[in-house]
Design a protein around this ligand. Structure first.
Ligand SMILES: [Cu+2]
Length: 339
């Protein structure tokens, strides 16, 4: 079976699954009496401010799909597709019980139609069925956040193929906090691991997407926050004594991640981003499935530079390495070289 034939079959199945979804477009006057607020969304590695309210609200989230050429590494550019002009797309923070309105625009100069499947949504296509948006158009979806957790979102448009939309950078995170929020920590970071599948190209060229390399699960790049040098050039920073909370997404589209920070131990890992399950404690490395997440908290006790990696370790040669710099006084009781 040729690649294009199997691709068309797959698309046909997915398209029909979306078409049969019932229409739940937002009707005027249907909103409840809840307070309406506009969500603050942030580009990685930044995290929106913690939620301090205890009452559910109507939260409006504005996102825009677009397509642009940007840096994938110091050597090459890539034609990204993404949300709000960044790869990954922004992080969204809401509370369980909130009614969330997604307003998705697709920039007028886009070549493709785009949508979003939110893993936090209960309903057909995770909302994608309601958010198919042609260039220059806007679509809206209302959903109720039913379960606390750290969730992935991604484009799921079937033309030319769903994998291509994800592989080109159309993804991000939505955190659904429990009522009352998460415990205070000194630092929060948003990190997304993802693969890129490109055809071969020379230094300085804009690399092209390769569907064949995607099928072979042979990425040319495995990166954090959309660029092979992203967290090398702009390290995450903290101070001795800080507790760090990391919201870690594995966008895939294919690989399972073995997330590890060299020289640190995760004090608490909320496996798969579940915030309704007790965390595991004292972990070295944690699995993050493709299209999944993990939330980890850890106190940094010793100053120095730490490496954030996928411990499927050859991937560091493809870009899966970032820096965490911890400043503060030496702690010889915990860590000291001996003569
Ligand atoms: Cu898309």
């Amino acid at each position: 079976m040729s690649i294009s034939f199997s691709r068309n079959l797959r698309n046909a199945g997915l398209i029909s699954a979306f078409v049969i979804a019932p229409c739940l477009a937002i009707a005027p006057g249907a909103a409840s009496a809840m307070e309406t607020i506009k969500a603050v969304v942030t580009a990685a590695p930044n995290v929106p401010p913690p939620i301090t309210r205890h009452e559910a609200a109507n939260v409006i989230v504005e996102l825009e799909a677009s397509e642009w050429v940007g840096k994938l590494s110091d050597d090459n550019n890539y034609k990204f597709w993404g949300f709000n002009g960044t790869v990954p797309g922004p992080m969204v923070r809401v509370m369980v019980g909130d009614t969330v309105e997604i307003h998705l625009k697709n920039k007028a100069d886009s070549k493709e139609s785009h949508n979003i499947d939110f893993h936090a949504v209960t309903g057909p296509g995770g909302g994608a069925a309601m958010l198919n948006t042609e260039p220059g158009q806007e679509s809206k979806l209302r959903f109720k956040a039913l379960s606390a957790g750290l969730y992935f979102y991604h484009c799921a448009t079937a033309s030319p193929s769903i994998p291509e939309h994800i592989a080109n950078g159309m993804y991000g995170a939505i955190l659904v906090e429990p009522v009352g929020g998460l415990k205070h920590v000194e630092k929060e970071f948003y990190v997304v691991q993802s693969e890129f599948y490109t055809k071969e190209g020379k230094k300085g060229e804009t690399l092209e997407f390769s569907f064949e390399n995607g099928l072979a699960e042979a990425p040319s790049h495995v990166v954090f926050n959309g660029n092979a040098q992203s967290l090398i050039k702009n390290p995450l920073k903290a101070k001795v004594g800080d507790t760090i909370r990391m919201f870690y997404i594995n966008a895939g589209p294919n690989l399972v991640a073995s997330w590890h920070i060299i020289g640190e131990i995760f004090d608490r890992v909320y496996m798969h981003g579940s915030l309704t399950t007790a965390p595991l404690e004292g972990l070295q490395t944690t699995l993050v499935p493709a299209g999944g997440s993990s939330m980890a908290e850890f106190k940094v006790e010793v100053p120095g530079t730490y490496l954030n990696v996928d411990h499927s370790i050859f991937r560091i040669a493809k870009g899966a390495v970032g820096l965490l710099k911890v400043e503060g006084p030496e702690q010889p009781d915990i860590y000291k070289g001996l003569k």
